[in-house]
Design a binder for this molecule. Sequence first.
Ligand SMILES: C[S@@+](CC[C@H](N)C(=O)[O-])C[C@H]1O[C@@H](n2cnc3c(N)ncnc32)[C@H](O)[C@@H]1O
Length: 444
Amino acid sequence: MLREALRIGSRRSYSYKSVRRPNLSAVSGAKHVDVQDKQKPEQTVTTQSDGNGKTTLTRQLTAKMLATGPITVAEYMREVLTNPQGGYYMNRDVFGREGDFVTSPEISQIFGELVGVWLMNEWQKLGSPSPFQLVELGPGRGTLARDVLKVLSKFKTGAQFTMHMVEISPFLSKAQAQRFCYKHETVPDEAQLPYYQIGTTASGTQAYWHHRLEDVPPGFSLVLAHEFFDALPVHKLRLVNDQWQEVLIDVAQAQSTGSKSADFRYVVSKAQTPVSRLFKPVPQETRNYLEYSLEAERHVGILAERLEQHGGIALIMDYGHFGDKKDTFRGFKQHALHDPLLAPGTADLTADVDFRLIKHVAETRGHIHCCGPVQQGDFLKRMQGEVRLEQLLAHALPENQNIIRSGYEMLTNPKQMGSRFKFLAMFPGVMADHLDKYPVAGFG
Ligand SMILES: C[S@@+](CC[C@H](N)C(=O)[O-])C[C@H]1O[C@@H](n2cnc3c(N)ncnc32)[C@H](O)[C@@H]1O
């Protein structure tokens, strides 16, 4: 089936166009803004600093801390990323050379194409259930969805499907619609529907935008999450005398002296917090200092329940570890590390994904069969990425060949994104025997 898929790609390689992607040599640390849409949504950045160099969010968060005390790292991260006024993701394009970071789908079309081929391959092995829903969590600029759609249209399965984007950012949801829909419109709040935007793709597929995963209707789903889980808030916990304590964020003392250093500082909670009280580490836990994402756990719980009740497949792709890292919370601005406590709202905040936790929750909460995590480079190579690379090179203009080659290298080289990024697949537990007999592609 996989071979067949690649043959389809190769036979139709003239119509299976190479899409212009960034010249990586021009991007330090990799990233670029490759918006090919003629119309870009208007950016309304509200993170400008006042005369003292304080952002809107700095002032809001300071006022809150002064009034009610320090806040959790998770609350800080949530406000900084998704506050409706000054949240980092909410009102502008943050990707690419002019932004702060680049993601795999933006680097090479090979990424999205192989993910699309993988999805179709596994879906057909499950008997091609139709209709189905293509769900993406945190679609960014919509580039992955667009490349996956392209693959789905090549398969010509005749299956009925709808698209469901789970996106919190009003700005990015418009950018996504402009990337893969020929028309779209906002759904007014008064309509009280579980989606806030609808669109139609060139091939007539209906697309819906939801604020939350819970709002995606029930049904057999193919779910993608690329660099979504790393954006979910984390709590920082440390074990002292057999009791978990939570690290919080408070106003920096230096602030009153007019220092230009970070606006906030870490403090350890004197009393137990709701999370430090309720936190249950996985049975194998040996760390005494860790990051824990209640939001990641909640999302995986919902996904697991959905897959079990309605069937489907989920593919989680992100940078992360298997329960062995302690301190990964950081900021990213203009392709460089940034102090997460400085000028909130002006930089991305992120934490490595704990794949051990995800796997544990999926397996125990929803009896899910997990594959992986495996390294991105291994997954893409097993999916015959090099065959696709050769096809693209064979039809590329000479001046584009280096860009295509270096993009693939960046995705797969273990010294670049090949080993830091991991893939984890989730299937309903009842499929376990079937999947043992017909192993899941890309996972070794
Ligand atoms: C790091 S970007 C990844 C974008 C895209 N998947 C890619 O790889 O290019 C994170 C995405 O998740 C969205 N996002 C962040 N937190 C979210 C939340 N709580 N609910 C829904 N979407 C969220 C952001 O707006 C953005 O689209």
